[in-house]
Design a binder for this molecule. Structure first.
Ligand SMILES: Nc1ncnc2c1ncn2[C@@H]1O[C@H](COP(=O)(O)OP(=O)(O)OP(=O)(O)O)[C@@H](O)[C@H]1O
Ligand SMILES: [Mg+2]
Length: 462
C-alpha cells in the first residue's frame, strides 16, 4: 500500500482521539450518576429519623415529636417538618414557602439527587399510615458528590494528559525505532563497516521508513562494492606494476655499470610503455565501472569499422586466417566508435592469439530485429566453463601455464587480463551486451571460444 505510514498515523490519531473523547464523556457521565445517590449509611440515618419521629408521635404525642424535631434541626443544622398529605404542617412546624408553592412532598432517600442545585433537596420518610410524612432538608454532611470537582479534574485534565502522553510515546516509538536503526547503520557505515545495513533489522515492517532503509541499503551496497572493487583493482595494479618495475631496476643497474647499455635502454623504454599502457587501461576501466557513463556521440558504419580492425589484425597475425562475414552496410546510431573499436580489437586479438598457426578466426556480423550481432569465433582451446564469466573480471587470466603454451605467436607482451574486462564495460557503455561460450564439436571438448556482442541499431542511451 502506498503511504502506509501516513494511513497508520491517521488511523492511530483519529481513532485514538475519538475513543478518548468517548471515554471521557462516558466516564464523566457514569461517575456523576454513581455519585448522585445518598450514601447507604446516610440513607439509613434518614430512615431512622423518620421511624423515630413516627414512634414518638404515636406513643408520646405531638409535643414530644416537636421537641424531637427541634433536636434534629439543631443537630443537623437543617430544616425538618412533619406534614400530612394535605400539606398542613403540624407539631409546631411550618412548610417552606417554595415547598408550598411547588405543592409536592419530598424525595425518597434512595432517589437520585441532583448535584448542581444550590439548595439541598428535601427528603421524605412516610409514616406507616401513609398520610403523614417526615420531611428533612438533606443535611449538608450527607450531600453526595463531594468529590465531584476532583473527579471532573481527573477525568477532563489528568486522564487526557496521561492517555495523550502514552499515545505520543507510542507514535514516537513507531517512527523513531526504524530511524534509530537507520542512524545506527549509517554511523557504522561511516565508521568503516561497509557491511552495515538497515533494512534487515526491520523485516516485519513495510512502509515509507522501510523504503528509506532499503534506499540506504542500495546506496550502501553500491558504495561498498565500489570501494571493494577499487581496493582490489588497486591491489592488482600494484601487483602488476611490480614486475616491470623490477625489470626497470635491473636495466638501470646495467646502465649504471655500463653493461649492455643499448639493450638495457630498450628494456627501459619497453617497460615504461608497458606500465603506461597498464595504468591507462586500469584508469579507463575504473572510470567505466564507477561512472557507468553512456557513450552516445557517434553515428557510423559498423562494417567500415570492422574492415579497418580486421585489416590491422591480419597485418599483425599474418600466419592465421581471419575471415569476416558482414553485410554491405550496418549503420549504428548514437554509439561510440572509439569504445566499440577498442573492444573489438581486444576480443579479436585474444581470438587470434589463442588460435594455433594456420588456424582460422571468423567474425560474423548479422542484422536482426533492430539489433546487430557480432560473433567472433576462434579455434583455440576455449575457456573452462566455470571461468566463462570470470574472464570479464579485471586482471583475470586463465591458468598462465596453460595460456603460455597456447601463445604460439605473440608480437606483443603477454596480457594483463584487462582486455575483456574493458571490452565488457565499453560495450555496456554504448548500451550493448557481451557473452562468451565454448564451441563444442565433441562432448566436453572445446573447439574454440565464441564471443557474441549484441548492439542496438540505435542506442537508447541518453
Ligand atoms: N579466445 C580465447 N580463447 C581462450 N582463452 C581466452 C580467449 N580470450 C580470452 N581468454 C582468456 O581470458 C583471459 C582474460 O582475457 P583478457 O583479454 O581480459 O586478458 P589478456 O588477453 O590476458 O590480457 P590483455 O587483454 O589485458 O592484454 C585471458 O588471460 C585468457 O586466459
Ligand atoms: Mg586480451
Amino acid at each position: 500500500m502506498k503511504n502506509k505510514l501516513l494511513w497508520q498515523l491517521c488511523a492511530f490519531i483519529a481513532v485514538g482521539t475519538v475513543l478518548l473523547f468517548w471515554a471521557i464523556a462516558w466516564l464523566t457521565n457514569h461517575t456523576e450518576t454513581s455519585m448522585s445517590f445518598i450514601d447507604d449509611a446516610h440513607q439509613e440515618e434518614l430512615y431512622a429519623y423518620g421511624k423515630r419521629a413516627e414512634y414518638i408521635y404515636l406513643h408520646e404525642g405531638e409535643g414530644a415529636l416537636a421537641a424531637y424535631l427541634e433536636h434534629i434541626k439543631e443537630e443537623e443544622d437543617t430544616w425538618v417538618a412533619v406534614v400530612n398529605s394535605q400539606m398542613t404542617a403540624f407539631a409546631n412546624t411550618r412548610l417552606l414557602d417554595d415547598y408550598t408553592e411547588r405543592f409536592q412532598l419530598g424525595r425518597s432517600p434512595e432517589w437520585k439527587v441532583h448535584l448542581y442545585f444550590a439548595e439541598n433537596p428535601v427528603m421524605e420518610v412516610p409514616f406507616v399510615d401513609e398520610h403523614t410524612h417526615f420531611l428533612i432538608q438533606l443535611p449538608q454532611r450527607m450531600r453526595p458528590g463531594s468529590l465531584l470537582l476532583i473527579t471532573r479534574l481527573a477525568l477532563q485534565i489528568a486522564l487526557p494528559l496521561i492517555i495523550l502522553s502514552v499515545l505520543s510515546f507510542m507514535l514516537y516509538r513507531r517512527v523513531m525505532t526504524p530511524l534509530k536503526q537507520l542512524e545506527k547503520a549509517t554511523r557504522e557505515f561511516t565508521d568503516g563497516n561497509l557491511d552495515a545495513r538497515a533494512a534487515v533489522t526491520m523485516s516485519k515492517r513495510n512502509d515509507e521508513l522501510t523504503a528509506l532503509a532499503k534506499t540506504f541499503d542500495n546506496m550502501a551496497e553500491r558504495t561498498s562494492s565500489l570501494i571493494y572493487n577499487q581496493r582490489s583493482l588497486l591491489a592488482d595494479l600494484s601487483h602488476e606494476l611490480r614486475t616491470p618495475l623490477a625489470r626497470m631496476d635491473m636495466a638501470i643497474d646495467f646502465v649504471e655499470q655500463d653493461m649492455q647499455r643499448e639493450q638495457a635502454l630498450n628494456r627501459l623504454r619497453y617497460e615504461a610503455g608497458t606500465m603506461r599502457e597498464l595504468v591507462e587501461d586500469t584508469l579507463t576501466f575504473a572510470w567505466l565501472s564507477t561512472e557507468s557513463p553512456r557513450l552516445n556521440t557517434d553515428d557510423f558504419d559498423l562494417v567500415e569499422l570492422i574492415n579497418v580492425i580486421c585489416d590491422d589484425a591480419r597485418f599483425e597475425y599474418p600466419d592465421r586466417v581471419l575471415e569476416s562475414i558482414t553485410p554491405d552496410q550496418a549503420v549504428i546510431v548514437k554509439s561510440s566508435q572509439l569504445a566499440l573499436g577498442q573492444a573489438l580489437e581486444n576480443i579479436l586479438r585474444n581470438a587470434l592469439r589463442h588460435t594455433p598457426e594456420k588456424g582460422k578466426v571468423t567474425l560474423t556480423l548479422t542484422d536482426e530485429n533492430n539489433q546487430y550481432q557480432i560473433v567472433i569465433a576462434d579455434e583455440g582451446n576455449g575457456v573452462p566453463e566455470s571461468m566463462l564469466s570470470a574472464i570479464f573480471e579485471p586482471f583475470f587470466r586463465v591458468d598462465t601455464a596453460r595460456a603460455a603454451s597456447n601463445y604460439v605467436h605473440a608480437t606483443k607482451r603477454s596480457g594483463f587480463g584487462l582486455g575483456l574486462a574493458l571490452a565488457k564495460r565499453q560495450i555496456e557503455a554504448i548500451g550493448g551486451s557481451i557473452l562468451a561460450r565454448n564451441k563444442h564439436e565433441a562432448q566436453d571438448v572445446s573447439s574454440g571460444l565464441e564471443v557474441s556482442i549484441t548492439l542496438l541499431r540505435e542506442s537508447k542511451a541518453s
